[in-house]
Design a protein around this ligand. Structure first.
Ligand code: UTP
Length: 295
C-alpha cells in the first residue's frame, strides 16, 4: 500500500463564506482576516499548510474578499516607506508568496463548503489535496496538518481531523461514525452533517481534511444537505468503503474563531503565550478576574 500513497502537495482554503455569525465585523471585511493578536486567521492557516509541506495554495474566494489577496501580495507603499524610515520588515516579509502563487478561484454563490471545494477542482486535478478552514485555529507542534500528513503517509486514502465535543454540540458539526481505533487514528465507517437527534458519536471534524480527488467526482453531482447547502461531509461519505477513510485526533489546541467566544479565547490564549505581551495581559486578566470575583 505504502508505495501507492501520493504526496499531498496542494491545499484548498475555502474563504467565500458570508461569516454571518460574526456580524457586524464581517459586513465588509472577510472573516478570515480577523486577527488573533496580530495575525489574520488566514495567515495562521497558510503557515500551517506550508510548514506541513504544502507547495500550492488555492484560495476559493468570493465577492468582498480582496483584502485576502492583498494580504499575500507586495504592499508597495508600506514597504518602501518602512525601508526609507529604517524600520524592520520582519513582520511582513515572509507573508508574500512566490510570483504566480497562490491561485485564486471564485465561488460565485456561497452554496456550501462542498461546493466551495468543488470550485477548486481544475487546479487540484487528479491528486490528493488538503482542505483547511481558516476560522478553525489549531495550535500544536508539529502543527495539525503536519500530524495528519504523517498519519496519511502510513494509511493513505482520506484522513480528516477528529475532535471530541460535548453531546450538546454534535448538531453543529460533521460527525464521524467510528470504527476501529489505532492510537490517534479512528476508522471512519460513516459521516453525518449536523445530525438531528442522536449523533453516532461525539467526534466532530474540525476543519482539516486530506482528501482523494474522487471527492470532486462525487461533487460533480451535488446534493443539497443540511441547511440546504452542498455539504462536503455528504460527498466524503460517498467515499467510505471505496477508499481508506480515517479520523485523526489532534495533539494540540483548537479554537473555533468563527464563533465569538472561541475567537476571544484564541486571542487570550495566544496573547498569554507570547513573551512580549504575555506578562501585561496576564496581569490585566488576573485583575479583571479578581474584580469579577469580588463583584
Ligand atoms: P462556515 O459555515 O464556518 O462559514 O464555513 P460561514 O458560512 O462564512 O460563516 P457563518 O456560519 O455564516 O458565520 C466554513 C468555511 O467554509 C467557507 C467559509 O468561508 C469558511 O472558511 N465557505 C463556506 C465557503 O467558502 N463557501 C461556502 O459556500 C460556505
Amino acid at each position: 500500500m505504502t508505495d501507492t500513497i501520493q504526496r499531498v502537495r496542494k491545499a484548498v482554503f475555502p474563504v467565500a463564506g458570508l461569516g454571518t455569525r460574526f456580524l457586524p465585523a464581517t459586513k465588509s471585511m472577510p472573516k478570515e482576516m480577523l486577527t488573533v493578536v496580530d495575525k489574520p486567521l488566514i495567515q495562521y492557516a497558510v503557515e500551517e499548510a506550508l510548514e506541513a509541506g504544502i507547495e500550492q495554495i488555492i484560495f476559493v474566494t468570493g465577492r468582498g474578499k480582496a483584502a485576502l489577496e492583498d494580504h499575500f501580495d507586495i504592499s508597495y507603499e508600506l514597504e518602501m516607506t518602512m525601508r526609507e524610515r529604517g524600520k524592520s520588515l520582519a513582520a511582513i516579509e515572509n507573508i508574500r508568496q512566490k510570483p504566480g502563487s497562490p491561485v485564486y478561484v471564485r465561488q460565485q454563490e456561497p452554496l456550501g463548503l462542498g461546493h466551495a471545494v468543488w470550485c477548486a477542482r481544475e487546479i487540484v486535478g487528479d491528486e490528493p489535496f488538503a482542505v483547511l478552514l481558516p476560522d478553525e485555529l489549531m495550535v500544536g507542534s508539529p502543527n495539525f496538518l503536519a500530524q495528519m500528513v504523517a498519519a496519511y503517509s502510513r494509511v493513505g486514502g482520506n484522513v480528516v481531523g477528529a475532535l471530541e465535543v460535548p453531546d450538546s454540540e454534535t448538531d453543529k458539526y460533521g460527525i464521524i461514525s467510528p470504527g476501529r481505533v489505532d492510537g490517534r487514528l479512528t476508522e471512519v465507517t460513516g459521516l453525518v452533517e449536523k445530525p438531528k437527534g442522536k449523533a453516532p458519536s461525539n467526534l466532530m471534524i474540525p476543519g482539516r481534511y486530506i482528501l482523494q480527488p474522487e471527492v470532486m467526482r462525487v461533487l460533480d453531482n451535488p446534493v443539497r444537505g443540511a441547511g440546504g447547502e452542498i455539504q462536503l461531509t455528504d460527498a466524503m461519505a460517498q467515499l467510505i468503503g471505496r477508499q481508506p477513510f480515517h479520523g485523526y485526533t489532534f495533539n494540540g489546541a483548537r479554537y473555533d474563531c468563527g464563533d465569538k467566544a472561541g475567537y476571544i479565547q484564541a486571542n487570550l490564549a495566544l496573547a498569554l503565550a507570547r513573551d512580549d505581551i504575555g506578562p501585561a495581559v496576564r496581569d490585566f486578566a488576573r485583575g479583571l478576574l479578581n474584580d469579577v470575583g469580588r463583584g
